[in-house]
Design a protein around this ligand. Structure first.
Ligand SMILES: Nc1ncnc2c1ncn2[C@@H]1O[C@H](COP(=O)(O)OP(=O)(O)OP(=O)(O)O)[C@@H](O)[C@H]1O
Length: 346
């Protein structure tokens, strides 16, 4: 068992510079957790404390039941059994690929076998004799992962490891890294500010805001049941509508929608913000009983498009996501229908 348990982690850089404010996070053994948050929310600080490069003011970090950071305890980084995949350019330039991967393996007898296994795991068998500058950016990051995994760490930390890769390469390298981590059942924490990266790679996502975990859950729950409008907007495009809920159904200017968590059947009507995703709205033929509006903007992305519609009975326009083929033009009239479930936020 190498689960990660973080409790009450607190860190300030100065009197008015509290960055982590009692952060709690549990990552089960063998899971990949993404720590997702905006710039400056404390992700790097968290990672550095877990790695042991930085001391916390309070709180504990435990891996597989072993306390690494705690009151009176600070295990030095090299004794933590933590593998780190840094942002970019982190390979030793004067060592071959094999030399890089073997670097942290202290068991001399196992070094060669372990290096070959790890290069095989990341799809780079046969690349051992190359020098880092002879590899593409994506290959270099895969070597960095092999190097982090070679000493059989209890925990792997990935610090925005795909930032330097261009978007065409990124999706493939992400998938390769995820597959390699799964193959060996590693417990891993990926720090990122990229929502798509977090949602597509992780088993669980922890959204960090102001040094605390604002929401932790399965990617689909984070996206479909965000804890509040801020989390909703941070992990994707959101449609926010004023609404009134009774008996688990909310009424909005775009019609009624079922709520994920039904309100108490006996409760009074509850006012709040109804939160939906743009792909839950459908364009329909305009008609008398249908909520309607006027198309004001179209953003075409190839695989899909976002249509902005100014709704007749709403102050703020809504975005509607449709498949890639767009026949509408700005100025066209359209009806709108809601599908799926929504969340209500008081
Ligand atoms: N050594 C330091 N001394 C003082 N302030 C610091 C120090 N390191 C970080 N900070 C501040 O602490 C806050 C959190 O920084 P941190 O690097 O942890 O955020 P982050 O979420 O990783 O941001 P980014 O995504 O931009 O890397 C920021 O406001 C930053 O300016």
């Amino acid at each position: 068992m190498t689960d990660l348990q973080i409790k009450g982690l607190t860190k300030a850089y100065g009197p008015d510079m509290t960055v982590l404010q009692g952060l709690d996070l549990t990552v089960p053994s063998g899971s990949l957790a993404a720590v997702l948050g905006p710039s400056g929310c404390g992700k790097t600080t968290l990672l550095r404390i877990i790695a042991g490069f930085l001391r916390a003011d309070a709180g504990t970090v435990t891996v597989g039941g072993r306390t690494l950071t705690g009151p009176g305890t600070h295990i030095p980084p090299e004794r933590r059994r933590i593998g780190i995949v840094p942002q970019e350019g982190a390979l030793f330039p004067h060592l071959s690929v094999a030399g890089n991967v073997a670097f942290g393996v202290t068991d001399r007898a196992a070094r060669r076998r372990r290096t070959e296994e790890m290069l095989d795991l990341v799809g780079l068998a046969g690349y051992g004799d190359r020098m880092p500058h002879e590899l593409s950016g994506g290959q270099q990051q895969r070597v960095a992962l092999a190097r982090a995994l070679a000493p059989e760490p209890a925990l792997v930390l990935l610090d925005e490891p795909f930032n330097a890769l261009d978007s065409a390469l990124r999706a493939g390298v992400r998938a390769d890294v995820r597959a390699a981590l799964r193959d060996i059942g590693a417990t891993a924490v990926l720090v990122t500010h990229d929502q798509q990266e977090a949602l597509s790679m992780a088993d669980l996502v922890a959204v960090v805001r102001n040094g605390r975990v604002a929401q932790r859950g399965h990617p689909q729950d984070i996206y479909n049941r965000p804890a509040d409008p801020w989390v909703a907007g941070f992990v994707g495009d959101a449609v926010l509508l004023p609404g009134t809920a009774v008996n688990g159904t909310a009424t909005t200017a775009l019609g009624t929608v079922e709520l994920c968590e039904p309100t108490d059947a006996l409760a009074e009507a509850l006012q709040g913000t109804v939160l939906l995703r743009p792909e839950q709205l459908r364009l329909t033929e305009p008609g008398e009983a249908v909520p309607a509006g006027t198309v004001t903007d179209i953003r075409y992305y190839g695989h899909d498009a976002l249509i902005t519609v100014t709704v007749d009975d709403l102050d703020t326009p809504v975005d509607i996501r449709i498949g890639g083929h767009v026949t509408l033009r700005p100025g066209d009239r359209t009806g709108i229908r809601i599908t799926g479930q929504a969340t209500l936020h008081p």
